[in-house]
Unconditional design. Sequence first.
Lengths: 233, 284
Amino acid sequence: MLEVENLWAGYDGMAVVRGVSLRVDAGEAVAVLGPNGAGKTTLFRALARLLQPLRGSVRFEGRSLDGVPPHQVVRCGMAYVAAERELFPQLTVLENLELGAYVRPDGVRRRLEAVFDLFPRLAERRAQRAGTLSGGEQQMLAIARALMSEPRLLLLDEPSTGLAPRLVAELYRRLDLLRRRGVTILLAEQQVGAALSLCLRVYVLKNGGVAFEGPSSELRGSAQLRSAYLGGA
Amino acid sequence: MGVALDGLVLGLQLALLSVGIVFVYGLGGVLNLAHGQVAVAGGLVTALLLQAGQPPLVGGLGGVLAAGLLALALDRTLLQPAYRRKGEERLLLALILTLGTSFALDGLFTFRFPNLALSLRLDPPSVELGGIRVRTASLAVGGLSLGTFGVLLLFLKGTRFGKAIRCIIQNEAGAWLCGVDVARARSATLFLSGALAGVAAVGQGFFSYLGPDMGPEFTILSLIVAVVGGVRSLVGTFLASLLLGMVNALLSYWVGTYLTWIALLAVAVATLLVRPEGLLAYWP
């Protein structure tokens, strides 16, 4: 579904992501792990084309994303949930969700029901301004807003940031539900345990390159690997 | 009574002039220091069309369109390097670029059209309304401004594109993620801001007259309004315009025009001290 080949990306000509190749198949959940500064967010921003890659190719469902402007990515069926959440703080929950459906204005009501079903808390808060939600609720809203575009691939950047452990577990149960409903997921995470509970395959980034690639079980089973790549996390 | 009405109409006129600079700042993160010159360009085109014997409606629409297109041209050419930057860097680069543009346009207007002025006389010059004599020009300018604002509000509240514009003002990155073409919306906004400035210039032609050297004055006035109104608020802009228009008219009446600029700036400073985010901090 997503094929990334030798991708280089960075800011002001300085490469932060250096030659990353990765693959995500339809129906999978795949994790990109790595310490702060390993290049996870830069990689995701380049995939969502908020950042112009310096080199390399990204293909989504067989189609090259070269030259595709950022607003077209979500039209292609790939939605990005940034770590900063990027909500519209002065708009209500409902208005945020409606803007999530900006590229697919038909069938909004049906999709609203679906995301309210997944995140009942958002249904209770639908008339509340997004800026007044708690951190966990904002994260749910960011994911729900992305789902309003009916993506086939969901890119999640550090969804657990700022959430209490109980909320992280709850969030990951919802993500697992989503995956079983057929949404493919690629996520970047610092909380290794949570990511491994959802994803069967893992890439570990280090200094902008892929340092490890393999099944989650391998990483889970080896404290040595974890400390080598993730600083003992 | 007459003074209050003058202040009200002046305020409405200021609102038309200023809403564009506020819009462009909110949406593009850019303060357009050539905003007043864009307005003057519109007024001069109207004057030229009238000189060429075109009917007033054609002249007015032509001027408005020309001002819109000039602002759009700025967006597509000069501002592009600024858009590639973010936050403060974008703001500063755009300040320099538009300041240069304002000098160039001022020079062009005063050199090429030193004696051109837009002055529209209505017949009859005044009418009796509920026992008071009111200048027809005041009614025309008031109506023009209120009508334009009404259409603008309907556009922002009612259309899909209007919603997209409101969400860009709150979060540009979020708008991209929702699939909004931010670059296109920005161009449309620049055009809109120019066209509104053009309407203000035509209004100025009704009110008194518009000359080729009035660009800097217009820019500064709209900046003061933007500061008082809160640079991201449409309703705030409107209220600030009315307030400043009233202050301006009352002071001109009681004290004389020489103090009005200082008074307007004093209002701006007072607002910043009391409410640093402007009268209304948020949109709309």
